[in-house]
Design a protein around this ligand. Structure first.
Ligand SMILES: [Zn+2]
Length: 316
C-alpha cells in the first residue's frame, strides 16, 4: 500500500493542505484563509478541522496517514516542532505547533521552516530527486534558503541554519526586514523589486512599469521583457545580487544543483539567463562545470509536496 502523508503549507495569508502519496501525487487538497489575526489557537484549530474534512471526503481514516508535515515561515526548532520566531506570524513566538496539531488530529506532526521544506520537496519529488548536494533558494515576499549536503538537510546547532536570503551581497545596501543592510532578500525578493521600482519612479516616470494599476514584481519583469530601460536595470540588480550570492553558496557548499523556486521564479528565463551569464565572474575556475542552476518545476504545488516531504525525509 502506498504511504500517505499530509502536507501543510502555512502562509501568512492562506494555508494549503493536501493528502500526498509517496510519489508526490496529491490525492486531494484544500486551501483555507490563515486569518493570523484570530490568534494561533484559532488558526491551528481551523487547520485540524480542514484535515479531518479532507480525510472524510477521501474516505480515509487518521490511521492511514503516516504523519503531518508543516512548512512554516520563520525559525523553527525542528526537533520539538516549535515556532521560535516568525515575522509573518507575530503571536507565534515559542508556540508548540507540532504538539498542538498532534493533539487535535491524533496524527504525529513535524514542522520545518518553509524554505527547508522547499528543498526537501525537491529532494523527494523534484527533477533531481535524491541528489545529495543541493541548494534551494525561494524568491517570494522574502528570500528563503535550504541546503541539503551529503543527503542531509543542513540545520546547524539550533535549526536556524541555511538562511541563504540574509547573506550580504551589497554592503550598506537597502535595509532588510532582518535589520541588516544589503542582504540578498533586500535586493532579490518580490518586495525588494517593488521597492526599487518605486525608487525609480521620479527618474523614469514614463517607464512602462507605472502604467499598470498595481506595481508588482511581475509588472517589473513583464516591462523588462518589453525592453523597458528602468525595469531592465532592476532585473539586472536582481540577477547581479543572485549571482553574487549563489557564487558564495557554490564556494561554501560545493553543490551539484541550485534550484530557484518561489513565486518570483515564474519570471523564468529572465532570471535564470542573467544568473547563468553572470555567475562565472563570481566563481573560482576550479568550480566551473561542477554545478547547475535551474528553476523549480514544482511551483504550483511545491508548498504542499514540500511540507509532505518533511515526513518522508524523517522516515526515509
Ligand atoms: Zn536580512
Amino acid at each position: 500500500m502506498t504511504r500517505l502523508v499530509i502536507g501543510i503549507d502555512l502562509g501568512g495569508t492562506e494555508t494549503k493542505i493536501g493528502i500526498v502519496e509517496e510519489s508526490g501525487r496529491i490525492i486531494d487538497k484544500s486551501i483555507i484563509p490563515t486569518k493570523v489575526f484570530e490568534g494561533r489557537v484559532a488558526v491551528v484549530t481551523r487547520i485540524s478541522e480542514a484535515i479531518k474534512e479532507l480525510l472524510m471526503n477521501s474516505g480515509l481514516s487518521q490511521d492511514s496517514i503516516e504523519g503531518v508535515g508543516v512548512g512554516s515561515p520563520g525559525s523553527i526548532d525542528h526537533d520539538s516542532g516549535m515556532v521560535l520566531f516568525s515575522p509573518n506570524l507575530p503571536d507565534w513566538t515559542g508556540f508548540e505547533l507540532a504538539s498542538m496539531l498532534r493533539t487535535l488530529t491524533g496524527i504525529r506532526t513535524f514542522v520545518e521552516n518553509d524554505a527547508n521544506s522547499f528543498i526537501l520537496g525537491e529532494w523527494a519529488f523534484g527533477r533531481f530527486k535524491g541528489c545529495e548536494h543541493m541548494i534551494g533558494v525561494t524568491l517570494g515576499t522574502g528570500v528563503g534558503g535550504g541546503v541539503i549536503t551529503h543527503g542531509k538537510l543542513m540545520t546547524g546547532k539550533n535549526g536556524y541554519g541555511g538562511e541563504l536570503g540574509h547573506v550580504i551581497v551589497q554592503p550598506g545596501g537597502p535595509l532588510c526586514g532582518c535589520g541588516s543592510h544589503g542582504c540578498l532578500e533586500s535586493l532579490a525578493s518580490a518586495t525588494a523589486v517593488v521597492n526599487m521600482a518605486r525608487e525609480y519612479s521620479k527618474r523614469f516616470s514614463r517607464s512602462l512599469m507605472y502604467q499598470s494599476a498595481q506595481l508588482t514584481a511581475k509588472v517589473v519583469f513583464d516591462s523588462a521583457r518589453e525592453g523597458d530601460l528602468a525595469a531592465t536595470m532592476i532585473v539586472e540588480r536582481v540577477t547581479d545580487s543572485l549571482a553574487i550570492a549563489i557564487g558564495n553558496y557554490v564556494h561554501v557548499f560545493n553543490p551539484e544543483h541550485i534550484i530557484i523556486g518561489g513565486g518570483m521564479s515564474r519570471a523564468g528565463d529572465l532570471l535564470i539567463d542573467g544568473i547563468r551569464r553572470k555567475l562565472p565572474r563570481y566563481v573560482m575556475p576550479s568550480f566551473n562545470d561542477t554545478f547547475h542552476v535551474s528553476l523549480s518545476e514544482l511551483v504550483e504545488n511545491a508548498g504542499i509536496t514540500g511540507a509532505a516531504s518533511i515526513v518522508f525525509y524523517r522516515h526515509s
